[in-house]
Design a protein around this ligand. Structure first.
Ligand SMILES: [Zn+2]
Length: 149
């Protein structure tokens, strides 16, 4: 699950998608603590272990916001492997980019080309990669990637 609320922002994105604003949640402390890449796979693994042990209910981890699912269905980075919860299909990798002159809630990057473009801009840009299963609603923050130089 993406920690922290996802809120809808009025407006249009890429002609068909509403912008989903990302609030880093568990990543917020990391963003203030340094400028390196951060890997959240340990939290992911712990959450999946909690799910398997029954300490967390499936509806608590398969809680993707409908707009996040819609974004996942429309992005072209669908190489997240099979879903660890439902084992169906391929998961989408959704990226939210933060940096100078971008909205406080971040900007969606739907393609690798979008990420490359931010990486070539001057300034400090960071992308948060979220895996999303459109089938069951599983979603989890995977990593923070520092873009550019
Ligand atoms: Zn799934």
């Amino acid at each position: 699950m993406v920690r922290g609320p996802l809120t809808l922002k009025p407006g249009n994105f890429a002609g068909t998608l509403l912008a989903v604003v990302f609030h880093p949640g568990i990543a917020a402390a990391d963003s203030a603590s340094g400028a390196g890449d951060v890997d959240y796979r340990l939290q992911r693994r712990a959450l999946l272990a909690d799910l398997e042990a029954g300490r967390v209910a499936r509806h608590e981890v398969c809680d993707a916001h409908p707009e996040l699912v819609r974004v996942a269905n429309n992005c072209d980075t669908i190489d997240g492997g099979s879903c660890p919860v439902c084992d169906r299909g391929e998961m989408a990798l959704v990226h939210y980019v933060f940096g100078p002159r971008l909205a406080a809630g971040g900007k969606l990057a739907l393609t690798e080309a979008d990420l490359d473009r931010y990486g070539r801009r001057s300034g400090d840009f960071a992308a948060y990669r979220v895996e999303v299963c459109a089938g069951c609603g599983w979603n989890h923050l995977l990593c923070r990637i520092i873009l550019g130089t």
